[in-house]
Design a protein around this ligand. Sequence first.
Ligand code: A2P
Length: 344
Amino acid sequence: MGFKVAIAGATGNVGREMLNILSERGFPADEVVALASSRSQGTEVSYGDRTLKVSNLENYDFSDTDICLMSAGGEVSKKYSPKIGQQGCIVIDNSSAWRYDADVPLIVPEVNPDAISQFTKRNIIANPNCSTAQLVVALKPLHDFAKIKRVVISTYQSVSGAGKDGMDELFNQTRAVFVADPIENKKFTKRIAFNVIPHIDVFMEDGYTKEEWKVLAETKKMLDPKIKVTCTAVRVPVFIGHSESVNIEFENEITADQARDILRDAPGCLVIDKRENGGYITPYESAGEDATYISRIREDATVENGLNIWVVSDNLRKGAALNAIQIAELLVNRGLVKPRKQAA
Ligand code: A2P
């Protein structure tokens, strides 16, 4: 007997990817329900070779649904997730609404799978920020080997991380440049076409942005609260795939060769690191793929036990939809969720 799974935000970038990945990985679902706002009610989305009609999240009764994969933004999640959880349905939420609550586990299955058992109080499990997910997949095996003291990250984040409106804005502005139309900024604060913007999410009092703070807080929550983390998060004119330049300082000795071997064997990681033209990964190549790619592994001679690495992944997959479905698979594999509805 399989599960009943709802996707809330099924018409969005991440929601559509969730439907693709559920089908691709053969998740044991007997029934999949697509939910979005009233604006999308009655429209259609694809699930494998099937088409699902979209229902309104507002009116949906979750009492026989086992898992809700939610990617409809923080405000929607704050409003609906507690009620869904109270109906006995486990919410795996992609927004930042619950990530920092002590009784909500924040999970990357390759990194901290055992923390998942803490979900029972609220029936909510949080999926990390897209930049953090790929980062911790690469950091975890290195931390296990040589104990990380400090990490300095600069991100190069694609527009799909800002939803489908972000992708439309890059497309429309690029077109406008070529046909000499006026450029309109709606989603981003400055023009994104042929530009980079050092600002993602809101500014905080200390001058960092919320996106930068999320990388710090989430890395500490999932990997180790003792690691010092600092980040600069930048939006770049790439449709899909986040890249990160990561400088790591370790407590113990680690060479570039050792790091390469460790990352080659690590779950979720794929090393592409030839020191020659094209011997590294770019975000364009990561789109549609599941791996966290690591390239440009080299020692940083300016500190004791330092490394620089380049980390790239499809932000809609490992950074969002894939990780959420891996969490659902973890629930199933550990027997933490049982189908509530008898198959018709
Ligand atoms: P809709 O298409 O009906 O607006 P993205 O992050 O790619 O922009 O996608 C956001 C997703 O969240 C979409 O599926 C969107 O549905 C959904 N969403 C936004 N607001 C609500 C809401 N109030 N109730 C349910 N779903 C919502």
